[in-house]
Design a binder for this molecule. Sequence first.
Ligand code: BGC
Length: 372
Amino acid sequence: MKKIALAVTALAVTALALSACSNARTDAGAGGDASAAAGFAADATIGVALPDKTSENWVLAGDLFTKDLEAAGFKADVQYAPASNTVAEQQNQISAMITNGAKVIVIGAKDGKQLGTQLQQAADAGVKIIAYDRLLENSENVDYYVAFDNFKVGQLQGQALLDGLEARSGHGAPWNIELFSGSPDDANSAVFFNGALDVLQPKIDDGTLVVKSGQDEIAQTATQGWKAENAQSRMDSILTSTYSSDTLDGVLSPNDTLARAILTSVKQAGKDVATFTVTGQDSEVESVKSIMAGEQYSTINKDTTLLVEQTVKMIGELQQGEDAEVNDTEQYDNGVKVVPAYLLEPVIVTKENAAEAYANVPSLLEIVQAAQ
Ligand code: BGC
């Protein structure tokens, strides 16, 4: 309740400030004639700038944005940054969207710290910016953030690691674990890691968990570019340096792509993965299969369909000349401001609850049912 009250107060303050300093905005609260209150044309172009395709959710997001924006009457300009020269290409794509008259630009950033110039250009042109899934950092010119609750994702991963160790390792504490985090240029990586450590650190401190390599700082655990090969080679070298006689019981992996790379490495080293726990995120097809086969322990369901729907809903509110609805005005400080956010709830998935968790995702439910 307190959170909601604060959010409402903050929104009211924001609305007041906006109406006080901007005569370009129309008063959303006045009601009456919808066209008079419209923020921009109902068939305006909406830009969507997505990063390179480091996981299936990004591919799906692009398709859904095209479909949902057009169904809502907008023109969709959806662009992916190519895998090479990604930051510069994304900067160019966003500039072009502004020049071409987009009214809102949704950004899934490759590197959320490197778009300051483009965000300023957008603000100068009156273009609203919605950070999608990844926060845009160190800029005043970010209007909204829409994402699954990333800190919660990390907490769920930390708890799943503990549960898996208990259920699968075949022995009691202490358990030997290793920690992996995502790409350092993605603002989410630290949030996932901190969420996981919120659960794991007390267990490391009391000796329940041992990070045998000693690599427990985020910089030591990072996976540049979220690339599978980088996680696999780090796992290979830790296994060689640290686990020639000791057993590795589990690994905190921030997503599914990296979880499968870690499993490959561990299998190649001759470990029986039925007694090993690795976490994940994204509900990628191959990982759902792996979970059902008893290999990967957990993943997270962040239903991209819901996240895109929520984003398009916010764009609809902006089109009407209203502020977009948010449900968090405290958590996402981008270094310059706390960005008003709409956060969705992530869901942990293991073999036990997979059928229930994917009840509304037919393609994954089919995999689960085929394996049961
Ligand atoms: C997303 C994750 C994804 C990762 C790599 C993160 O920003 O939140 O879902 O696994 O990027 O693509």
